[in-house]
Ligand binder design. Structure first.
Ligand SMILES: [Zn+2]
Length: 48
């Protein structure tokens, strides 16, 4: 066996850029680092 690359599903906070792998299968409600509930919400774009 050589070196392999394992890919797992993770999440990335849109606010602070923190990346983590969830322990439970439940969708995280907040970012574990900055505690933002809007971690998965993209920043608002200006409407044209
Ligand atoms: Zn965050």
């Amino acid at each position: 066996m050589g070196k392999i690359k394992i890919q797992v599903e993770g999440f990335k906070c849109d606010r602070c850029g923190h990346e983590w792998i969830p322990r439970s299968k439940e969708y995280p409600t907040i970012c574990p680092k900055c505690k933002s509930p809007y971690w998965d919400k993209p920043r608002k774009k200006k409407k044209t």
